[in-house]
Design a protein around this ligand. Structure first.
Ligand code: FE2
Length: 378
């Protein structure tokens, strides 16, 4: 995501099913007590079967989710290689983008995952389309996108909608646009420009007519989903549950407010209105208890229901971010979102989505959170 802009905040349940997601990040101490209380309340409701399952729990395939693998970091590649080669053999993994910056690491990562899971579904993230290190092989990021999708076809990684039993899985292509952010800006501090903070502006190359500075890229990527219109419609009609997934965010409420962020302009480079429209056309305007959307990109673990759709993010994230999770992030595993023929019935404990389940979002409040104020006063 944006280098140096985000603190790691949350962690998903570990393999023991303990909600040990409390960060040791001291700047968040202010909220700890409230979150601990919320976690304790929620813990009492947790059905044990909804925690991380050993294989063999149910006859149906389980579905795991993961985003932001960033395996150009050797620690993250090692994490992938350390995943069990036995536990997930009957399972599905949904990879919500940002696998690796280089083609070589992308292929290696996907091959390793394919050796472990029965099926892998994938949508590209912004880092996957960077042309910084092997750009000489591609005319632009669109050509690299085609190369990655070709690699997926060869590896047997799925990038198109498909039904698995009664479950519909629909990958959705997307890109962000600045106008996605309509909340009040933070003024009075020197916030780096988007071009300075976001490497996409330099590491991606776009053909003429496409740009991160307007809605053209968001519309271009959204239109690519039209190629799958018939498949999507087929899945929509015949599935009893549907999981859609994208790399970027479909709604601004899936990111903390600007005053909480080390880079307060982050909401300008994370999401797409086209995406929310697209997934509502699939799940319905009011959603349903069987509707779920997965995303990535911001590296904030998230699990919340908005207007009838469950939105989940489960990022591996950068090593430095993971280290600040409980136990140094050592026992972090892909998150199980579907098992025994059903979507999980509970919300997973995640720092910020838990915070917003107890605290109203106040985007009009631009008073910096203490850790952000300290950061900008240096
Ligand atoms: Fe990303």
């Amino acid at each position: 995501m944006v280098a140096g802009s985000l603190p790691p905040h949350m962690i998903l349940p570990n393999k023991h099913g303990i909600a040990n997601y409390m960060t040791d990040c001291s700047v968040l101490r202010t909220f700890r007590r409230d979150i601990k209380l919320c976690c304790m309340k929620r813990q009492k409701k947790l059905p044990s079967k909804n925690l991380h399952h050993e294989h063999g729990y149910g006859a149906a395939s389980r579905v795991f989710v993961l985003s932001d693998l960033h395996t150009d970091y050797p620690e993250n590649m090692a994490w992938v290689k350390c995943l069990s080669t036995v536990k997930y053999r009957g399972d599905i993994l949904l990879v919500a983008g940002d696998v690796a910056e280089t083609y070589k690491n992308f292929v290696l990562t996907m091959s390793e995952l394919k050796d472990r899971f029965q099926s892998i579904f994938y949508v590209p993230g912004n880092h996957d389309l960077w042309c910084r290190l092997d750009g000489h092989n591609y005319l632009d990021s669109i050509e690299k996108l085609d190369a990655l999708l070709d690699a997926c076809r060869i590896l047997g990684v799925e990038t198109r909608p498909r039904m698995v039993g009664g479950l519909g899985i629909i990958p959705l292509l997307s890109w962000y646009h600045e106008s996605f952010d309509r909340e009040k800006d933070i003024n009075g501090i020197r916030i780096p420009s988007l071009e300075m903070a976001c490497k996409d502006f330099h590491a991606c190359k776009w053909p003429q007519g496409l740009s991160s500075k307007d809605v053209s890229l968001a519309q271009y990527f959204d239109a690519l989903n039209e190629k799958n219109r018939d498949l999507i419609e087929d899945v929509r009609r015949h599935s009893s549950q549907i999981i859609t997934f994208s790399h970027f965010l479909p709604r601004p409420e899936l990111c903390p407010e600007k005053r909480m962020l080390f880079y307060p302009n982050l909401p300008k480079i994370i999401g797409s209105d086209c995406l929310e429209g697209r997934l509502r056309s699939i799940h319905g305007k009011d959603g349903s208890s069987e509707a779920c959307h997965l995303f990535g990109h911001t590296h904030f673990c998230w699990d919340a229901v908005l207007d009838g759709i469950r939105y989940v993010q489960a990022p591996l994230a950068y090593p430095r971010e993971r280290k600040r999770r409980m136990n140094g992030g050592e026992d972090w595993l892909p998150f199980c979102i579907y098992y025994d023929g059903h979507l999980g019935e509970r919300l997973s404990p995640c720092y910020w989505s838990d915070y917003y389940s107890y605290n109203k979002r106040q985007p009009e409040n631009t008073k910096l959170a203490p850790w952000v104020a300290r950061f900008y006063s240096r």
